[in-house]
Structures are given as structure tokens and as C-alpha cells.
Write a protein that binds this ligand. Structure first.
Ligand code: ATP
Ligand code: MG
Length: 335
């Protein structure tokens, strides 16, 4: 697999009337699995529709698989699989014919579209249900059919907009496993939007994080996590005392009950924590390097940008006002 970017945008701006939905978005997405993260209204779907050439740009530009998003949208859409967030299926059509029809719309010969429709229905776990009309399907089966429509022409790149939306945990697990297979066994690339950190962490090794139409982080998850290494300690008693001392000493502390995470500045941070514990007569029961999740990374990034959020769920319905436009790029804060 070439390592050239599969999606690139330069200073992309999209306005809906006066509303700025994408604000100077410059991206470079490499082959593999990339999560497009951001709270409700961040601009994920707008970005996807823009790179697919489905909606016009206000300014800026970009390329997908080397093709111009402003002028070669139709060609791009034939080369990639798109699973939209909205309901795009005909409820009166049998599922397998819906998938075949999607293939024909993408320019496939009817015979190969039919054959591939059966194969992809099997791939998404719906072989036995394929002659049912879509209107009789559960949300999970509908999403799986949408995925089959996106895969029918065997695209190199799959773009999924909130693929697990509305799914119960079993259907969600199946969808994530199937997408994982597309990447790991099929060797295809995926750009998957989600506001669920766990879903993205399950499949992707890179992320693009957007908020209020701006890119606030992009790069390998591992590199981004390395921005802020933390040391986790558990204490027996006097947690408030030690927390205060560490803060007075200039440390960044996140505390939940008896467990505290202190930003690791360098090797000396361990000794400084022990000294602060001795000075406050607090017993440390456990001290270890903390392995951050994507959720932790999100919180650290939002914190650095001046957003007071306790979990990514806080941002799902009420976006917090921006205080700082600084962005993280490729694992390094761009201050
Ligand atoms: N067709 C439209 N006309 C006007 N405003 C729009 C339109 N589509 C989206 N918007 C606005 O642009 C912003 C970005 O919307 P978008 O749908 O791209 O966000 P999103 O990150 O996909 O959100 P969600 O997680 O809810 O799917 C939002 O403020 C939204 O209200
Ligand atoms: Mg959306």
C-alpha cells in the first residue's frame, strides 16, 4: 500500500449561508484506518460530503485519491464506498436488489453487480435475510445493508458517517468487527466519523479531531497520546492535601477520589511526587505510568484549548464556547 495521502484538503472553507461549518480545514489522511472525531455539529458530515464532491466549497480545495474534489466528484464517488449517516435505502426494495442497484449506479455491469451484491450481503452477515424488503429490517440490518451498498464495487477507500449510530451493543460490535476486517484482512482504507471514542479506538490508528469546523488534532493516536504522559498514583489518605501540594509545586493534577494523575514533565516528576507525599505525610500505595485512552486524549486536547469538559459526552448536545484556536497537528501542540 502506497503511503501517499488518500485525502488532502487545503484551507477548506464551507459556509451554509452565513454559518461557517468548515473553518480553514487543512488535512492529510494516509492509507489505513482514520477516525473523524468531533461532537455534534462539529462539521464531520460536512467534511465528508465536501471531500466526496457532493456539496460545493466556499473556498480552498482538496484531492481524494489524487482527484480534485471540486471538479472530479463523480469520478471520486465511483472509486470510493460511501456509507452516509442519513437513511438512503428504499424500504420497499429487497435488500440484495438494493445493493445490486447501488453497484449499477456506481457503473458496474449488471451481471457483476448481481454477483457482488450476494457476496457483500454475505460479508455483512445478511445472506439469509437478503430477499427481505429493507422496510422489515432492524436498524442494525439497515446499517449493514448500507455498508454492503458501499462495498459492492470493492472500493479502495470506504467513508462511513457514524456507522454505529442507533445500534444496540450486539449490532454495534458486529459492525465494528466487519469494518475492522475491511481494513485488516481486506487491506482497504477507511475514514470513519463518530462521536464515540471507543468505536474509533477499536478500528483506527489515526484520527482527525474537529470542533466547531476547525481541526483541533490530527495524526497517529499513539503520537497524539504521547503529548501528555501521566503518572497515576493511588493514595491511602490525605488525597486533598497531596493534590494541593502537587498543584502548589506547579504540577498538573487530575484527581478522582484516591487516584490522581499527574502530568509527567520528565524523569524528575516521580521523585517530586514522592517528595510531595513525604512533605504532606501521605502514603502512596501505587505509582505507575498511566496508559491513556482516546477519551483521555480528547479531554487533554479540549483542556489545552480552554474547553471545560469532563467527558466527550458533555459535548454531544451542547457545544462549549471556544476560548483558544490553538491546534494540535501530528502529535505536537502548535502553540
Ligand atoms: N444543509 C445545511 N444547511 C445549513 N446548516 C447546515 C447544513 N448542514 C449542516 N449544517 C450546520 O453545519 C454545522 C456542521 O454540521 P455537520 O452535520 O457537518 O456536523 P456533524 O459533525 O456531522 O454533526 P453530527 O454529529 O450531529 O452528525 C452544524 O452547525 C449544522 O447545523
Ligand atoms: Mg454528522
Amino acid at each position: 500500500m502506497s503511503d501517499l495521502p488518500i485525502i488532502e484538503t487545503n484551507n477548506l472553507v464551507k459556509k451554509y449561508g452565513e454559518h461557517l461549518a468548515l473553518d480553514d480545514v487543512t488535512l492529510s489522511i494516509r492509507p489505513g484506518a482514520t477516525g473523524l472525531l468531533g461532537p455534534n455539529g462539529a462539521g464531520k458530515s460536512t467534511l465528508i460530503k465536501t471531500v466526496l464532491g457532493l456539496i460545493s466549497l466556499t473556498s480552498g480545495g482538496g484531492k481524494v485519491l489524487g482527484h480534485d474534489i471540486a471538479t472530479e466528484g463523480q469520478f471520486i464517488r465511483q472509486r470510493i464506498g460511501y456509507m452516509p449517516e442519513y437513511d438512503c435505502l428504499n424500504p420497499d426494495m429487497e435488500a440484495v436488489h438494493q445493493v445490486r442497484y447501488a453497484g449499477e449506479l456506481l457503473g458496474m455491469h449488471p451481471t457483476s453487480a448481481t454477483q457482488r451484491a450476494h457476496e457483500t450481503m454475505e460479508y455483512v452477515g445478511l445472506l439469509d435475510q437478503r430477499y427481505r424488503t429493507v422496510g422489515t429490517f432492524s436498524t442494525g440490518m439497515e446499517q449493514a445493508t448500507k455498508l454492503a451498498c458501499a462495498l459492492v464495487h470493492d472500493p479502495d477507500l470506504l467513508i462511513c458517517d457514524e456507522p454505529t449510530n442507533g445500534l444496540d451493543s450486539k449490532a454495534r460490535g458486529f459492525m465494528l468487527d466487519t469494518l475492522f476486517q475491511v481494513v485488516k484482512q481486506g487491506g482497504r482504507s477507511i475514514l470513519m466519523s463518530s462521536h464515540l471514542m471507543d468505536d474509533v479506538e477499536h478500528i483506527c490508528d489515526r484520527i482527525v479531531m474537529i470542533h466547531k469546523g476547525q481541526v483541533i488534532a490530527q495524526g497517529r493516536i499513539e503520537d497524539l497520546k504521547a503529548i501528555d504522559r501521566e503518572i497515576e498514583i493511588s493514595v491511602w489518605g490525605g488525597a486533598s492535601r497531596l493534590e494541593q501540594k502537587l498543584k502548589d509545586d506547579g504540577h498538573n493534577v487530575r484527581r478522582t477520589g484516591r487516584v490522581m494523575r499527574i502530568t509527567r514533565q520528565d524523569e524528575s516528576t516521580y521523585v517530586q511526587i514522592l517528595a510531595a507525599a513525604a512533605a504532606t505525610s501521605v502514603q502512596i500505595r501505587k505509582m505507575e505510568d498511566y496508559e491513556p485512552s482516546l477519551e483521555d486524549l480528547f479531554l487533554v486536547i479540549m483542556d489545552r484549548l480552554g474547553y471545560a469538559v469532563k467527558s466527550s459526552a458533555d459535548l454531544l448536545s451542547t457545544p462549549t464556547p471556544s476560548m483558544d484556536a490553538a491546534a494540535f497537528q501530528g502529535g505536537r501542540p502548535n502553540e
